[in-house]
Design a protein around this ligand. Structure first.
Ligand code: FAD
Length: 492
């Protein structure tokens, strides 16, 4: 039985910073991590951070503030985000960016910048690190954050200020008779489970901080929270909602599942696997700012359902989510495939897409629209009608159905292609309810003493509401981890 002060469950984005700051402020810190490595979702995150009022902005003469960042988040979320959580997140965000800068974070030179993958902010307020990932146009910058904090992490572990337990999975949270959380029970990595017998280790402390991430890799939990969604996810395999499930078992409140928002363009290359890989197989259909559409999108009824040229990702996401099965086909011709200006699947060349179409798993090709429809499982007469009508719109430069103004590509030159894309889960939006101090609360909104949470376990609904707001997962995860580490160390 250990008698430690602060127990951090999960050594990912929020957990590592929480443990670092608690240890630096003099606390004894125990970190329990079920994986064999630290870093969590930082290993695959795009690494976009957002903050208003940073030193980096001042260096570039950009006038901004936490208050303006707050207003922008609430505008983009249409006031559906949690005002108290967003206020805390935006107030803390500049300190987080300045902290990374002081640790030597290698900012992409053009940052802070505007980005268009989500509804843009009104100020250049998005930062990311220099990408170490080559081969695509996409920046994979989460690892730049991990690389920045690793030396400090390793030092504190080496000095014994952070006691790190890898391969140790938290199973249960323990409350005493007064209702205070005093311990967690975890699997014992030194004594593997035998049939009918589970080996456990107990960690006791004055506070438990849950930083176990989201639940996008747990289809059962996801289905329970979103019964009408079919999960197609790119979440890290460790994001199984363990912390939320354990907290719910002791009475914690789970909220905001209804705000779940998908990312567009997931390709399920293994049919019915429920998995997609954002970095390898992703169709660029999330906005028209980064790439003009040479295609149309059709739903399972082979009908168009939106102006494919909308710049703003939010109405696109909402329109796609309203389609049957939350999926749609991107339909185009040979001319569009070989046009310059970015491929529809940025990681695939035109030749690769053509090869994939031969396989006929997520993309199909044919010499006629009717054949294409048959191969892709769509109604042939309807797809012919939809494509024919769109071609008329191009000819007349007038989209009578959706008002699309970019009408450069009629779909005329065989072979024709149909690429099946899914609304997929990059992150999860439901999460644990917390009070203004990030103490987990019960169904009566009362704090569960000794139990805190930070990161995606709070759910995107808290920081983004029913929308995607740039950097508002990663930055609050880091900031709230830091906040709890410092606060709990000073009150221990
Ligand atoms: C492809 C991708 C791109 C993204 N890009 C962005 C972006 O650009 N900007 C942005 O703001 N957000 C982005 N996000 C989201 C953001 O990266 C995550 O929300 C954030 O990193 C989650 O941090 P976390 O600390 O909550 O969880 P994680 O970093 O996932 O850490 C959780 C840790 O807890 C451990 N754990 C889980 N269960 C247990 C248990 N029972 N016992 C012990 N340990 C446990 C896990 O193994 C893991 O190490 C992206 C996400 C993905 C998947």
């Amino acid at each position: 039985m250990n008698a430690e002060k602060i127990i951090v469950v999960g050594a990912g984005t929020a957990g590592m910073v929480c443990a670092i700051r608690a240890a630096e402020c003099g606390a004894q810190v125990v970190v329990v991590e079920k994986d064999s490595v630290v870093g969590g979702t930082l290993h695959l995150s795009a690494g976009h951070l957002s903050a208003g009022g940073t030193k980096r902005q001042a260096e570039k003469a950009i006038e901004d503030s936490p208050a303006q960042h707050y207003d922008d988040v609430m505008r983009i979320s249409k006031n559906t985000a949690d005002p108290a959580i967003v206020r805390l997140a935006t107030n803390l965000a500049p300190k987080t960016i300045d902290w990374l800068q002081a640790l030597g974070f290698a900012f992409e030179p053009q940052t802070p910048a505007f980005i268009y993958g989500h509804t843009p902010y009104q100020k250049p307020r998005t930062y990311w690190g220099v990408s170490n990932y080559e081969g695509t146009e996409i920046k994979w910058a989460g690892s730049a954050i991990l690389e920045t904090i690793m030396p400090l992490w390793n030092k504190l572990v080496r000095e014994g200020k952070i006691a790190l337990h890898l391969n140790t999975k938290m199973r249960q949270i323990v409350r005493n008779e007064a209702g205070q959380v005093t311990a967690i029970i975890a699997s014992d990595p030194n004594r593997p489970d035998e049939p009918g017998l589970t080996s456990s280790v107990v960690f006791t402390g004055s506070a438990v901080v849950l930083t176990t991430g989201g639940y996008g890799a747990n289809p059962d939990f996801f289905h329970q929270m979103h019964p009408d969604w079919r999960l197609v996810s790119t979440a890290r395999g460790t994001s199984t909602g363990d912390g939320a499930l354990a907290a719910m078992q002791i009475g914690a409140q789970f909220r905001n599942a209804h705000t779940h928002t998908a990312t567009l363009g997931g390709l399920e290359t293994e049919p019915n696997s429920g998995r997609t890989n954002f970095w390898q197989n992703w169709a660029r259909v999330s906005n028209a700012k980064d790439r003009k559409p040479r295609e149309i999108y059709v739903n399972a009824h082979a009908q168009r359902f939106m102006d494919e040229n909308m710049d703003d990702p939010d109405p696109r996401e909402k329109a796609a989510e309203a389609q049957p099965g939350r999926k749609f086909w991107v339909v185009f011709d040979a001319h569009a495939l070989h046009q310059t200006g970015g491929n529809i699947v940025p990681q695939w060349s035109a030749d690769r897409l053509d090869e994939e179409a031969e396989k006929g798993i997520v993309v199909w090709k044919a010499d006629t629209i009717a054949q294409l429809a048959q191969r892709a499982g769509l109604s042939a007469p309807q797809l012919e009608a939809t494509v024919g009508r769109f071609n008329e719109f191009v000819e007349n430069q007038n989209d009578q159905d959706f008002g699309r103004t970019y009408l450069q590509n009629a779909i005329l030159k065989p072979p024709f292609y149909a690429l099946l894309t899914h609304c997929f889960s990059l992150v999860t939006f439901g999460g644990l309810a917390v009070n203004h101090d990030l103490c987990v609360t019960d169904h009566h909104n009362q704090p569960i003493e000794g139990l805190y949470a930070a990161g995606e376990i709070l759910g995107g609904g808290a920081t983004c509401g029913h929308a995607f707001v740039g950097g508002m997962f990663l930055t609050p995860a880091l900031s709230f981890g830091m906040y709890l580490g410092e606060k709990l160390a000073s009150t221990r």
